[in-house]
Write a protein that binds this ligand. Structure first.
Ligand SMILES: Nc1ncnc2c1ncn2[C@@H]1O[C@H](COP(=O)(O)OP(=O)(O)OP(=O)(O)O)[C@@H](O)[C@H]1O
Ligand SMILES: [Mg+2]
Length: 362
């Protein structure tokens, strides 16, 4: 196990900043996910921690040792990438045992450890098979086996399930999490898939344009996003944002949206902008029956999702998504009144997209 710290980590490619001032502390045994859209700098961050890329400035510590200038092979970190390179001419057993062979570990010990790893990854029945004939899921298990067998201090995984189809991904997600619990190694896992991140991460660092915007546990990220980007990136459907065409003062407890006054958690700071947004998740809006005391709109669409349904409502200030029980009787073109769960509302500053501090969000 290891603690991984990055301090003011920067990476530039010419004039372009791929990673900007990253400060991370990943705890012993933690499953930390780096989540963000394509090109935001996830792989670059991981490659610097792995020792495959030299930072432009900043430092990396592994268990308090400054490893910034150590080669990858000197860092006792294993990595698994999306495009896993197995040795096609070797069978599963030889592929998994290969890292130990290069370390000149005794043959009997290699055999013992391959068996142990194969058991953990459910590969015992195919140990003698050639890897070239295996399914994507099995090949990825072999790649994991080869990483695990070294018993490294930490694992770095870059979209390791990206090449698998949806069904396999789901299965491997839970297997990976179980594996992490069993071997108890610090893991950094990169993905652009919020569902994968939310289901696996002890903590998730959300990245955009080279910057880690927020690193928190999944529930905190979901309920208390610090920026509109995080609020929008996590949750499906995403949070609704309604425009507020006024400033927001400190101590304010309600906002005006298109002439309708909505209660909000008391603001602990004023907004620096005259234009702001009200953020509310789809499950925090209720469609109030036969009630004129609400925020009015017209039903644009209804999607059934098992026990829940998503109702899309067109309002005077834009389209709003509502998550409601499946038995709610609404149909397209119905006029409905929306009621907001005031306690969960977050206000955002339109200048920088930052959440305005309030009773609900600090
Ligand atoms: N060797 C390089 N030379 C120049 N630019 C690079 C290099 N490597 C990465 N970049 C740029 O740095 C940015 C971050 O790349 P990176 O691969 O870290 O993104 P990512 O978050 O992993 O994206 P993806 O989800 O697509 O894998 C991108 O704009 C990329 O084009
Ligand atoms: Mg990448």
């Amino acid at each position: 196990m290891a603690e991984i710290i990055t301090k003011e980590l920067n990476k530039k490619f010419g004039d372009f900043t791929a990673v900007s001032n990253t400060n991370l502390k990943i705890n012993n045994g933690e499953f930390f996910v780096l989540l963000g859209p394509s090109g935001c700098g996830k792989t670059t961050t991981l490659r610097m921690i792995a020792g495959l890329e030299l930072p432009t400035s900043g430092n990396i510590f592994l268990d308090s040792e400054d490893v910034t200038f150590l080669r990858a092979s000197q860092r006792d970190i294993a990595f698994v990438f999306q495009l896993f390179a197995l040795y096609p001419h070797m069978n599963v057993e030889k592929n998994i045992g290969y890292p130990l062979k290069t370390q000149r570990v005794a043959r009997s010990e290699i055999k013992r450890r391959v068996k142990e790893v194969a058991k953990m990854l459910h590969l015992e029945h195919i140990l003698k098979s050639k890897v070239s004939g295996l399914s994507g899921g099995d090949r990825q298990r072999v790649a994991l086996g080869r990483a695990i067998i070294r018993r490294p201090k930490a694992f770095l995984m870059d979209e390791p399930l990206g090449a698998l189809d949806a069904e396999f991904r789901e299965l491997m997600c839970s297997e990976l999490k179980k594996l992490h619990t069993d071997i108890d190694a610090t893991t950094i896992y990169v993905t652009h898939d919020q569902n994968e991140a939310m289901s696996m991460g002890d903590r998730i660092g959300v990245m955009d344009k080279g910057v880690i915007l927020q690193a928190d546990d999944p529930l905190t990220l979901y309920n208390k996003p610090r920026t509109m980007f995080v609020a929008n990136f996590i949750g499906s459907p995403a949070m609704n944002f309604l425009p507020i065409h006024t400033g927001i003062s400190r101590g304010c407890k309600s906002v005006n949206i298109n002439g309708y006054s909505l209660s909000v958690p008391e603001c602990h700071e004023a907004s620096t902008s005259d234009f702001n947004y009200l953020g509310v998740r789809p499950e925090n809006i209720v469609i109030a029956d036969n009630n004129r005391d609400g925020f009015q709109g017209t039903v644009f669409g209804v999607e059934y999702l098992g026990v829940r349904k998503i109702i899309t409502v067109d309002t005077a200030v834009g389209r709003v998504k509502v998550r409601s029980a499946n038995n709610l009787a609404v149909k397209i073109n119905d006029t409905v009144n929306l009621k907001f769960n005031s306690k969960s509302i977050i206000l955002f500053n339109s200048d920088d997209g930052r959440a305005i501090r309030s009773e609900f969000i600090s």
